[in-house]
Design a binder for this molecule. Structure first.
Ligand code: ARG
Ligand code: ZN
Length: 884
């Protein structure tokens, strides 16, 4: 087939700019410019003739005028790198269309028409992994946010909802399994070795939720009966050799379905629910209606190849995508500025689910750790944006920790203020009011006001203001009264010089210094710049426990004696607050060391008091090991850097290692005993066994800094005895940072043992690239030449280079070699996979907060990238914002 060029169409003379010749910078899209689309597309039919090299797509759109739109004489159908073939309108070949940029514009004189056209695509050549692409001989799609326009022309925006019918046909041997959204309504075969299937999805949906999969796959199948008695066929599709690693994913799916009925009253709404695992995937997973597509990383697990963390990740992501069926699919987003409407809410839902599955305290601590190590730096850097952004050039750059994780915290605060029952009334109202609609964050807020009975007038600022609020806390005592003073400031962020005070819900308690008890918890909402609260009836000054459960995503700055922190770290009955006190004690010490000027005796005294608390934590028989493992974890490098206006990564690393060494020397016996006791707890997936594995590796992490020979012996023994990936990976992580001979022995053994198992070889890359070894840069250079490195596979790229961006001695090497390596990667990857390339820009963007020598080198690399003419929209936007 050749493109049908309409004769004498003057618009065709000026060749439309191709996707790469960008005359000027990509346009800025603004939230305030939203207009409804002029047309409705109630129905679409897609006919696919599938092939890896070449796939033909025939699209038939029923369109009608949108009563809420402008009267228009044409329809704009978005395309990306497509050429329209055989355009017909109402069954007649049409000449009245033209291309504008990569969009197809078709003249439409009447109020309702049927438009049909074909497009041809080359899945194997699609290295961006957006649209229809090939992975391991199968075909699959990723459409969110704007991938559908790489398959066919369409109003590719989330507020155009259509009913989809999809027929696909292809060679039966290459593609024995043919899947799409909804229910399979017909299937058949031809004599020529081809077969076909037709799927219909009764629920109107935006194009970003479309999916198609064709491949040689097998399924783990199960059934679920919903609360109203609907029978649902569940299937998880994988390659034959992976089938025995799908049990945990299926269990997680069934638990998610049950939980969403019980906790949110949400029931599944189709007869089939399919999940497909693919090895080449840009993100974690995708919630396409009835056909979720997953990165294999979030599906496949068995104890030999997946860690306890991997198991949790699978449970959480399976739940997340399943929960999107309501928060995202039944109620979708009006435009991409509303992304947090579905993502923030769905992250909160998956967090609450995981808390119920695994215990609230540990899950909460993990979530806060992630927020503070990724979202806080984003919020204090050049890429800071509100959870509902005001503008973007490439929406792919806004799938951020701010939109997802801070978005979840914002909705969690509403839940904290309303309480779980009234919160549920709010969500019921939201789902009921907006079912079948493309909604906004404002719609959600209003449903919360009406349903949960909250006044959120001022609270809306959480949607529009970026930056992590700072809350200064001090407690005074006089006579019988304790006086609490709270002061908030919201920092200046790019484009937002003036900030208003926001409502900050703080759960707090006043602990008796003698007994460690308190008379109940209070919720105080700080909504002014400064507030003073008096508490009567305290003969002695109590110890304040504040922001319990991390009730607000803020940075607390409190005036508190280190003795009181020690007291809280030992006694606080709120698990998060206990963890927090420990973190604060350690951060306070490390910051003081890095800032310098402390004499040795003061430093040693601080280390000794930290060691004293750590001794209690390591030996406290009343603590369960899961929680003990959390309390033992030192604050990470980036979180420490966040506490400093200007950070020296080398100095932070040195201070942190010195503390680890001190703890190891002071507590060597206790740590060895802990490791020994934990090693005696039998393997298994129960809480006790998982906790034991966590503290075992944690003990080795400390010992490695104080007694490397001992740690090497113990880690090698743990590696050899390992019957789970958790133990094996933990041991290898410790060895990878050490210099002794066991490092090489075990790395070789690990590779040979798991060669060919992509997810485990990813770990092998990460363990080396993310290590504290002084030669990490040389290791990464060598690994990039390894035959198993493949720049086209996002998991492999991330496993090598994302891990590396966290290394103080590698990425932050003082001569800039690490920065150069990441800039080189961005330039090499950008033409292959722009969205993955752009994700490596933020680590370089932190330059303003780093000491001047390194900052200049980081900036230099950003400028070198910016000087390239052909940058993708994704990388262009991230680099220019980072320099800005
Ligand atoms: N909606 C998906 C999820 O969070 C993420 C898809 C993002 N895809 C992308 N290309 N940005 O579950
Ligand atoms: Zn999501």
């Amino acid at each position: 087939r050749t493109p049908s060029t309409p004769d004498g169409n003057p618009e065709m003379a000026d060749a439309a700019p191709g996707p790469l010749d960008r005359p000027s910078e990509p346009p800025l899209i603004r939230r305030e410019d939203y207009r409804p689309f002029d047309w409705l597309v109630p129905e679409i039919r897609l006919d696919f003739t599938l092939g890896l090299e070449r796939t033909l797509v025939v699209a038939t759109l029923k369109v009608e005028r949108n009563p809420n739109g402008e009267p228009a004489s044409e329809i704009r159908l978005n395309g990306d790198g497509l050429t329209p073939l055989d355009v017909t309108v109402d069954g007649h070949a049409s000449n009245s269309w033209r291309m504008e940029g990569s969009d197809l514009l078709v003249d439409l004189p009447g109020d309702a028409h049927e438009i049909r056209f074909a497009t041809e695509i080359a899945p194997v050549a699609n290295s961006q992994l957006m649209g229809l692409y090939a992975s391991n001989g199968m075909l699959c799609t990723q459409c969110e946010a704007e991938g559908f326009r790489r398959i066919t022309f369409f109003p590719d925006r989330p507020d155009v909802l259509s009913t989809y019918t999809v027929r696909m046909e292809g060679p039966k041997d290459a593609f024995p399994v043919l899947l799409s959204n909804g229910n399979r309504i017909a299937a058949g075969g031809g004599e020529d070795g081809t077969h076909w299937a037709e799927w219909h999805d009764p629920w109107p949906k935006p194009s970003y939720l479309f999916a198609l999969v064709a491949g040689d796959l097998v399924a783990r199948k199960d059934r679920f009966t919903t609360m109203s008695g609907r029978e649902v066929d569940l299937a998880i599709w994988v390659r034959a050799e992976d089938l025995d690693r799908t049990g945990h994913a299926m269990e997680s799916l069934i638990k998610s379905m049950k939980w969403d009925e019980q906790v949110f009253g949400r029931e599944y709404d189709l007869d089939q629910f399919n999940i497909v695992a693919v090895g080449d995937f840009n993100m974690g997973a995708m919630e396409n209606k009835g056909l979720n597509v997953f990165n294999t990383k979030y599906v496949l697990a068995d104890p030999e190849t997946a860690t306890d963390g991997d198991y949790d990740g699978i449970e959480g992501v399976i739940a997340h995508e399943y929960f999107h069926n309501w928060s995202g699919n039944r109620v979708t987003c009006r435009d991409w500025f509303q992304l947090s409407l579905k993502e923030g809410f769905t992250v909160l839902r998956d967090q609450l689910f995981s808390q119920d599955m695994q215990g609230e305290a540990v899950k909460r601590i993990e979530d806060v750790r992630l927020l503070r190590s990724v979202q806080f730096p984003e919020d204090s850097g050049p890429l800071a944006h509100p959870i509902r952004p005001d503008s973007f050039r490439e929406i792919g750059n806004f799938y951020t920790s701010t939109v997802y994780n801070k978005g979840a915290e914002v909705i969690r605060m509403m839940r904290t203020m309303a309480g779980p029952e009234r919160f549920r009334e709010g969500t019921d109202l939201y789902f009921g009011r907006h079912d079948g609609e493309a909604a906004t964050c404002e719609d959600f807020i209003r449903a919360m006001e009406d349903g949960a009975g909250l006044d959120l007038a001022q609270f809306r600022l959480w949607y529009s203001q970026a930056g992590t609020p700072k809350v200064e806390v001090s407690l005074a005592h006089e006579g019988e009264a304790a006086t609490l003073t709270l002061r908030q400031t919201v920092p200046v962020t790019p484009g937002q010089p003036d900030k208003q005070p926001m409502p900050i819900p703080l759960r707090l308690a006043l602990l008796d210094r003698e007994t460690g008890r308190h008379n109940g918890e209070q919720l105080i909402v700080l909504d002014k710049p400064e507030q003073v609260h008096r508490f009567e009836g305290f003969a002695a000054k109590p110890v304040l426990s504040v922001n319990r459960g991390f009730s607000a995503p803020v940075a607390i700055e409190r005036v508190i004696d280190s003795d009181d922190l020690v007291f809280l770290a030992k006694n606080d009955d709120d698990a998060f607050a206990r963890y927090e006190a420990m973190q604060e004690l350690i951060v306070g010490h490390l910051v003081a060391v890095v800032e310098g000027g402390l004499d040795e005796r003061v430093q040693d005294a601080a280390r000794s008091s930290i060691a004293e608390v750590m001794r209690v934590i390591v030996t406290d028989a009343a603590l369960d090991d899961s929680m003990r493992g959390e309390l033992m974890m030192l604050p990470g490098q980036t979180y420490i850097a966040e506490q400093l206006t200007v950070a020296d990564p080398g100095a932070i690393h040195a201070a942190r290692e010195a503390l680890k060494g001190w703890l190891a020397k002071s507590l060597e016996m206790e740590l060895v005993a802990l490791h020994e006791r934990a090693s005696g707890i039998s393997s298994g997936m129960d809480r006790a066994a998982r906790g034991a594995r966590k503290v075992k590796t944690q003990a080795l992490v400390f010992l490695a800094a104080g007694n490397p020979e001992l740690a090497e012996r113990m880690a090698a023994a743990q590696y050899d005895a390992a019957d789970t990936m958790t133990d094996r990976q933990g041991a290898l992580m410790v060895l990878a940072g050490l210099a002794g001979p066991q490092r090489t022995h075990k790395l070789i053994d690990f590779y040979n043992r798991f060669q060919g198992d992509a997810l485990v070889i990813d770990k092998w890359f990460s363990l080396q690239a993310g290590s504290l070894h002084p030669h990490v840069i040389e290791h990464v250079h060598a690994l990039a030449q390894h035959p198993d490195f493949n720049i086209k596979n996002p998991n492999r790229v991330r496993s090598l280079y994302m891990a590396f961006t966290g290394t103080p001695l590698g990425f932050h090497a003082a001569d800039g070699e690490g920065y150069r390596m990441i800039a080189d990667l961005i330039l090499a990857l950008d033409p292959i996979n722009a969205s993955t390339a752009a994700r490596f820009v933020p680590p370089l963007g932190r330059w303003r907060r780093i000491e001047p020598g390194r900052a200049a080198l980081m900036r230099g690399e950003l400028e070198r990238i910016a000087a390239h003419a052909d940058l993708s929209r994704d990388t262009f936007e991230q680099v220019t914002r980072s320099l800005g």
